[in-house]
Write a protein that binds this ligand. Structure first.
Ligand code: ATP
Ligand code: MG
Length: 282
């Protein structure tokens, strides 16, 4: 069990680094794989939605998952933080290594993993009865952080990271649900960041948003990747090109092709990938 004081001081340290990191910051470290999925097979009532997918995710990079509706993108994403097993009749086999440790075989329970691997959903889902402030603070309180000053600091830091602070700093007590769709989505991202994940999974986070709100989310992802490993599902080809470093193309539950985003879009090796990225089917 992590000591509450340790968690508080780690969060303050990390928040300080994040909020003071200059925009031009570049990591001097070599890129490495933060998360590795090996031979993931995911089923619903015995029917395979993800067939045998292996993928490696670079640390501090954005990986996009693309592919037509029903090809298993969401299901695969939910295997990466052990959420798939929460669906009725759902099973998963294979390995997911976070910093080399298998999420599915380690002694730590699924709740700890879900804290390390945050998730943002397609539809913004603020806690309906909670204020803007409490939405961001909720996870901290659940994790035992009690110090009001520390919580204030983290709430502000996370709202700043998602570029929402200036828009809400005078309205922190208003319900989270009173915000616009794009603001609610940024609030949900701030909520996910508050509990200090290491990896951020995003399932079409901008699909319900207008172009301006979408642009804000994209700018934010570009900033967040300096600290986080981000995996994002998108149907928007231009978005994948704009924000991702690597792209995986899935089709009928398989990973058809994986590579640098530029290569996948400009010089795909597989015929089906080429047809998909050229918009010939969807
Ligand atoms: N809860 C569920 N129970 C049974 N089958 C499901 C469930 N969720 C998804 N499926 C099936 O699993 C397959 C993959 O679905 P998934 O939602 O992962 O696709 P997707 O690529 O995310 O699609 P979309 O782009 O439409 O979001 C589909 O055939 C779908 O019908
Ligand atoms: Mg989906």
């Amino acid at each position: 069990m992590v000591e509450v004081e340790d968690l508080e001081s780690q969060q303050v340290d990390r928040m300080e680094t994040l909020t003071k990191t200059p925009i031009s910051y570049k990591s001097a470290e070599e890129p490495r794989y933060k998360l590795i999925a090996e031979n993931i097979v995911a089923t619903y009532n015995g029917i395979e939605a993800v067939k045998n997918v292996s993928m490696k995710f670079r640390e501090r990079a954005v990986t996009a998952l693309i592919g037509p509706s029903g090809c298993g993108k969401t299901t695969f994403l939910r295997c990466l933080n052990r959420m798939h097993e929460l669906s009725k009749g759902a099973k998963v086999v294979g390995k997911v290594l976070l910093d080399g440790q298998d999420l599915y075989s380690s002694r730590e329970d699924a709740i700890i993993h879900r804290r390390k691997i945050g998730m943002v959903f397609q539809k913004p889902n603020p806690f309906p009865t909670m204020s803007i402030y409490d939405n961001v603070a909720a996870g901290l309180k659940l994790n035992g952080v009690r110090d009001k000053k520390i919580i204030d600091q983290i709430v502000q830091g996370c709202l700043e990271m998602v570029y929402l602070w200036d828009e809400v700093k005078h309205d922190l007590k208003k319900p989270g649900m009173s915000l616009s769709g794009g603001q609610q989505q940024r609030l949900c991202i701030a909520r996910a960041l508050a509990i200090q994940p290491e990896v951020l999974l995003m399932d079409e986070p901008a699909s319900a948003l207008d172009p301006i709100a979408t642009q804000k989310i994209e700018e934010m992802i570009n900033e967040l990747k300096k600290e986080y490993t981000i995996i994002i599902v998108t149907h928007n080809m231009q978005q994948a090109v704009r924000i991702s470093d690597y792209t995986g193309f899935m089709y009928l539950g398989d990973l058809v092709e994986f590579g640098e985003t530029k290569q996948i879009f400009e010089n795909p090796r597989n015929e089906i990938t080429a047809k998909y990225v050229q918009g010939q089917f969807g």
